[in-house]
Design a protein around this ligand. Structure first.
Ligand code: ZN
Length: 177
């Protein structure tokens, strides 16, 4: 049974730690953490969530892109647990796009990210996966990966002028894409 877990917010020092590699993916505690993260991100209308956001200092996150009220134009995919993820290569092209974070409520920012990345991670069954991600899903991966190193999207803004409130985001960006 999964349960919803509280999401810690910007200012909580636990969001700023470097997380530890997961040694045993089959550990009951890790499998339960994955279940809880999947339930929690769905309930919060997020498209991704990293373990440090629920104060678990483990190198794992969920990528769960799907259209919802917070991201109406997100592509649909099954929630995927990515454990001990790595970026093995990236495009030279960097693109700016809007991001929010369940740990930074009410704020959106225009964040530069690599347009494409080659990644590796271990899935929840312990199998090594290699993929290439582009555009919005590549953006989610890079955002969640940063959480494992204690980095939050506002750290990546080129200027505070690239930061707006959720209300202005909904009015200016979502309704006028
Ligand atoms: Zn986040």
């Amino acid at each position: 049974m999964s349960e919803l877990v509280p999401i810690i917010q910007l200012g909580n020092p636990q969001l700023r730690h470097k997380s530890a590699f997961v040694d045993n993916i089959h550990d009951e505690e890790i499998q339960r953490l994955i279940e809880d993260l999947i339930a929690t991100v769905a309930q919060a209308h997020g498209v991704g969530i990293a373990a440090p956001q629920v104060a678990a200092q483990k190198r794992l996150f969920i990528v769960a892109s799907r259209p919802n009220a917070r991201y109406p134009h997100a592509p649909e995919m099954a929630p995927t647990a990515m454990i001990n993820p790595r970026i093995v290569a990236h495009s030279t092209e960097v693109v700016k796009g809007w991001e929010g974070c369940l740990s930074v409520p009410g704020i959106r920012g225009l964040v530069p990210r690599y347009q494409a990345i080659a990644i590796e991670y271990t899935d929840r069954n312990g199998k090594l996966q290699k993929q290439e991600l582009t555009d919005f899903v590549a953006r989610i991966f890079q955002h969640e990966y940063d959480h494992l190193d204690g980095i939050v999207f506002v750290d990546r803004l080129e200027s505070t002028l690239d930061m707006i409130t959720e209300q202005e985001y909904q009015q200016r960006i979502v309704n006028n894409p």
